[in-house]
Ligand binder design. Sequence first.
Ligand code: ATP
Ligand code: MG
Length: 320
Amino acid sequence: MVFDVVSLGEILVEFVRKEKDVMHTVPGDYVGPFPSGAPAITIDTCARLGLRTGFIGVVGADDFGEMLVERLRSDGVDVSRIRVDRESATAMAFVAYRSDGSRRFVFTLKFSASAKLSSNDIDPDYVARASVLHVSGSTMYISKLARDACVKAVEVAKSSGRVVSLDPNIRLELESIERIREILGSVIKYTDIVLSGEDELLMVTATNDIYTAIRRAFEWGPDVEIVVVKRGKKGSLAVTRSGDAIEAPALLVKEVDPTGAGDVFNAAFIYGYIKSWKLDRALLFANAAGAIKVGRVGPMEGPKSYNEVVELAHEKGYEF
Ligand code: ATP
Ligand code: MG
């Protein structure tokens, strides 16, 4: 089987606090389990949009793992490389929102099945069958094993002439910013497309100015061809190495649960890239996909199909 996109990394269940400003230090209600994990969200959304996809990851031999594999399978992702590890539990995350929009997480990732993803899980033939390999920095902050798996995957993809996309997805709960920079350094040299949240790119490149941050990203990764910046309610921005810069406004919707919007956005942008769309079209499509996600509870509950994204763009008055 040939793939458009393969991704690898954490796949987990997420529980969301029902009420804002109730942190994890006190008893209260959560809803879930919702399927999650940054690379898993991106690959699942790619599949829903109609791309041929495969995922490499590890779950525990428990109900959560079963649910996750079934979810990806039913959306069309090849799950033959998701391993069931009998010695560990499927990863979990608990998220609580504050009224100012900020989030607080409790992760079990470092002690979970997802932490056991290793280089042995990376079959070079499998990775080389995909046009694009998508990597999330978050995977590399979990364990040395998972980091080595990502490095092996990007090396294979690159040496096979494939395109590598990277979302730094920083997780200060898992690693310090200094360590995150070092870790990203091991894959940025193989990266063609950077997809990053605005604040994250500023933090990683140690500046307050987004154009300086973008310039630093191009200097850091010699093969980086496009830097895409996700700006929440402000939409997104894409800059190419040759200097083209395109901005696209967000499609305003009622914000219900923004977690996962960035990962859904990544999937839709990659879709446009694979279809060789112009950047403005790819950004509009990705903004629309992100907006759909923001309006729904659950990090993986973005658009169900290509048509749904196009319909939202039309509804908001865009020609597509
Ligand atoms: P995360 O890592 O939490 O998933 P991110 O920082 O990677 O998020 P965001 O910029 O928050 O990414 O969201 C991705 C995209 O989703 C934005 O570029 C925008 O197009 C869309 N989006 C996000 N928030 C909103 C919103 N409130 N209204 C409309 N669109 C939004
Ligand atoms: Mg993100």
